[in-house]
Write a protein that binds this ligand. Structure first.
Ligand code: NZQ
Ligand code: ZN
Length: 392
């Protein structure tokens, strides 16, 4: 097991009606003015935003609000949020919504505390030194941004989607009420389940083999999410299944299932380019590339892929031919994605890639030929292009 740090400062308030506590939770932060930041309107339509305002009013907290964060949240709204916060003297942000509203809020928080252009932080020209504190009311089980150190922003100039990781961006509190996720369309629920699975799989596919406890937690999380996703296909308002995936989403990306090992993360990098260029749902984009990535890299560590096949996908181990076990495991995972109506290639994602676009995606994903991606196998620009080709 490798050395590691595990830092998870977020207070989680989980369960029915918990959003009613938001006023008091914000008040505990001793802030003078709050920015309430949200997406394109689901929180208005559901009545959640009105309940949030009522709770803030009851606690005597003053606030301004800014909606409009879209999936693959845009830099232009982040700039608008930074200006608003500076003008209004905002010193705490409350994100109400999904990963996109939360990530947009994180970027605004960085920008308020940074003298230069916040995009430079996402280009890694400089490391962030401060961020406005943040609280979250989550409405979709997916990214884990409510406990993670990440935020991902898309710059409309050049359609580049870039992530920034810093412990500064771990929220102070996260309110998780499974009932708030009942209104999600099936596609978003399943895309979210896929993202949750992938956050644990990106960590699971590692060359470090002596992580028995963490492997067991990861495998159990994966099986629980797959089981709950199947329940939700038939019964979208099943409270317990909603609760399982909501909690799994947070644990899948707060670092727990990565303790003691270096993860892979190639699929996330492959998806981020797709999301930036074609504006696809993040989880669906991951499902579209995973099988091709797995077939391209599995020979680097057959034992690890076989462990996944047996312990997660229930494949029988073939002692005479472990690679057969691996390939059956990959196929079983793809079949699972199909069963929850997720794409298993880029065409099914709704994008017809031509050769020129594959080259462009690979060029951008390799940061203009300046980096490799992936922990299982280091993937340079040509490898990345091959995987997009396999997945198209
Ligand atoms: O914008 P609204 O109107 O709220 O609609 C959203 C959006 O259309 C809707 N929605 C959310 N909750 C709902 C709801 N509709 C009805 N009822 C509800 N309860 O669902 C759509 C998707 O929302 P979004 O916030 O975009 O989804 P998600 O949470 O999957 O976030 C995706 C973004 O997060 C990034 C992704 O790349 C993508 O940009 N990620 C962030 C990470 C992080 N910060 O740690 C890690 C991830 O790997 C990921 O990259
Ligand atoms: Zn993700």
């Amino acid at each position: 097991m490798n050395n590691f740090q595990f830092y998870t400062p977020t207070k989680v308030v989980f369960g029915k009606d918990t959003e009613g506590q938001v006023g008091e939770l914000v008040k505990e932060q001793n802030c003078s003015k709050v920015l309430v930041h949200f997406g394109s309107g689901s929180v208005k339509r559901s009545g959640l935003l009105d309940r949030v305002y009522a709770s803030l009013d009851a606690a005597g907290v003053s606030y301004v609000s800014l909606g409009g964060a879209v999936p693959n949240p845009r830099l232009s709204l982040v700039y608008e949020g930074i200006e608003l916060c500076k003008k209004e003297g905002v010193d705490f942000i409350l994100a109400v919504g999904g990963g996109s509203a939360i990530d947009s809020a994180k970027a605004i928080g960085y920008g308020v505390k940074y003298d230069g252009d916040v995009w430079d932080l996402y280009l890694k020209k400089e490391a962030p030194k401060a961020m406005l504190p943040l609280g979250v009311i989550l409405t979709i089980a997916a990214t884990g941004s409510e406990m993670s150190n990440s935020s991902v922003i898309t710059n409309e100039e050049g359609w580049l989607k870039r992530g920034l990781n810093s412990d500064l961006s771990r929220p102070q509190f996260a309110i998780l009420n499974p009932e708030l996720t009942y209104t999600l369309p099936e596609y978003q629920t399943m895309s979210g389940c896929t993202d949750i699975l992938m956050h644990t799989m990106e960590r699971y596919f590692s060359h470090e083999m002596d992580t028995d406890l963490v492997d067991g937690m990861a495998e159990s999380l994966l099986r629980s999410v797959m089981r709950a996703a199947k329940v939700l296909l038939k019964d979208p308002k099943n409270y317990n299944a909603r609760a399982e995936i909501l909690w799994a989403g947070s644990l899948s990306h707060n670092g727990l299932t990565g303790c003691g090992r270096v993860g892979d993360w190639a699929c996330h990098q492959l998806e981020h380019e797709l999301g930036g260029m074609f504006d696809v749902a993040h989880g669906a984009g991951l499902a579209a590339v995973w099988g091709s990535w797995a077939r391209y890299v599995y020979k680097e560590n057959v034992a690890r892929f076989a462990k996944f096949a047996v312990n997660v996908m229930g494949v029988a181990y073939d002692y005479a031919d472990p690679e057969k076990t691996v390939l059956e495991g990959i196929e079983a995972m793809e079949n699972f994605f199909r069963s929850i109506h997720m794409p298993v290639n880029i065409r099914e994602l709704g994008v017809e890639l031509n050769d020129k676009q594959i080259e462009e995606l690979a060029y951008k994903c390799s940061f203009m030929d300046q980096r490799t991606i992936g922990g299982m196998k280091k993937l340079a620009r040509e490898d990345i292009a091959r995987i997009y080709e396999m997945a198209r």
